[in-house]
Write a protein that binds this ligand. Structure first.
Ligand SMILES: *Cc1c(COP(=O)(O)O)cnc(C)c1O
Length: 398
């Protein structure tokens, strides 16, 4: 058996690889630099072009581009009219922003447990938590795999709830052949560098609903409008005139970021194909390692995978998750854990959330880690990761 690097053996790689990484080429660089020398650094033609391109790509009626994915979620909650006293159901196995956006509006996050095989929120656990205060559901396409959209929509229709999809991981994914972005009442995307395509920082909300669209537009730019139809007074003062009609935010994206994302969008299909190739190779390889459990895919989802998660069968290993993770790191494969259940954070504990409320998510959290997955990985990188997982699993096999 090969000696683990963590115990003084030779690491599988000389250079470290990380769980995620952007891919920026010369064409992305020139797209950005041409905007930097143009007239508009922000509120210019690139943001507009990006919104129209996202509408085409997702087939949604409207897209609003914002400064990051968290801003997208905040605008969606604001447009949904979330206010103090309202409850919104979401998953604990997500980045904190999926729940923080509810708190920003004064609402109360209610955590519904996950399916322990797909790691996405279980529609049955959404329905279980509905009360007369429930206003919306924020379902997260965790790792890029679509949630059970049909089932969630049926629940939302039945109880008159707004369905917000946190698709920060899921640009490029299709559900029953239709792009993520055209199915929920509002779909939120993130374009942070670890996500599938990037604007540096960036986000977007798509919707088919005209009235939600108007609210999203107002929310992302101070609640200010130049549209007479939306004004209360509209006294025809002159061209300069505008009104602030509610309390919005400045969540605009710059034009050079929009140019970067437009350039990245052209490569989304290529990135998706490569991500899928790597996922397929990992799935094959890990089938042969009894200590590794792979994420289950639902047939409805044609997934553009953002994260590849391995789950350790800790009954078959003599190590802890921490020891496995540290051993991978010593082999120069830098993993990450997605995610600590949101309500475990001190901030949520101080709000009164108790550990134990979503036992399946907590159980899954204790045994998972994300291994490297990004389109620029070479075949050799992929084989190194597989080799490391095998090596560590063998060393700790009971
Ligand atoms: C990244 C992420 C966000 C937030 O996106 P930012 O662009 O970083 O603000 C929200 N939800 C999930 C699930 C994410 O992974």
């Amino acid at each position: 058996m090969e000696k683990l690097a963590v115990k003084g053996g030779r690491p599988i790689r000389e250079d470290k690889i990380y769980y995620g990484r952007q891919w920026i080429d010369d064409d992305d660089v020139s797209a950005v630099s041409s905007v930097l020398t143009s007239s508009y650094l922000t509120c210019g033609p690139k943001v507009n072009a990006l919104e129209r391109t996202l509408e085409l790509y997702t087939t949604a009626r409207h897209a609003v581009v914002v400064s990051n994915g968290t801003a997208a979620l905040h605008c969606a909650c604001a447009a949904a009219g979330i206010k103090p006293g309202d409850e919104v159901i979401t998953t604990p196995l997500t980045f904190a922003a999926s729940a923080n956006c509810i708190l920003y509006c004064g609402g109360t996050p209610v955590f519904g447990d996950i399916n322990p095989e797909t790691y996405n929120i279980d529609p049955g656990n959404i329905e279980k938590h509905i009360t007369d205060k429930t206003k919306a559901v924020i379902a997260v396409d965790f790792t890029g795999q679509s949630v059970k959209i049909k089932e969630i929509k049926e629940i939302c229709d039945k109880y008159n709830l707004i369905f917000i999809e946190d698709a920060a991981h899921a640009i490029g994914t299709k559900y029953n052949g239709r792009p993520i972005g055209c199915l929920a009442d509002m779909t939120c995307f993130s374009f942070h560098p670890v996500k599938t395509i990037t604007a540096g920082e960036g986000g977007a909300i798509t919707t088919n609903n005209d009235s939600l669209y108007q609210k999203l537009v107002l929310a992302h730019t101070h609640g200010i409008t130049h549209d007479e139809d939306l004004m209360e007074e509209a006294p025809h003062e002159g061209d300069w005139y505008y009104e602030q009609v509610n309390l919005g935010f400045n969540y605009r994206m710059t034009d050079f970021q929009a140019a970067l994302l437009l350039s990245q969008l052209k490569k989304l299909e290529k990135f998706k194909v490569r991500r899928q190739e790597i996922v397929k190779r990992y799935n094959e390889a890990f089938k042969e390692i009894p200590e590794i459990i792979v994420q289950k895919e639902i047939v409805e989802s044609d997934t553009c995978r953002h994260l590849y998660i391995i789950r350790l069968d800790l009954n078959k290993l003599s190590c802890t998750r921490r020891e496995f993770y540290d051993a991978m790191s010593a082999e120069n494969i830098q993993c990450q854990v997605h995610y600590i259940p949101v309500y475990w954070f001190p901030y949520y504990q101080h709000l009164g959330y108790k550990k134990g409320i979503c036992p399946k998510a907590e159980e899954v959290y204790k045994s998972i880690m994300s291994i490297p997955l990004y389109p620029r990985m070479t075949d050799q990188d992929v084989e190194d990761v597989i080799h490391a997982v095998k090596k560590v699993a063998e060393n700790y096999r009971v």
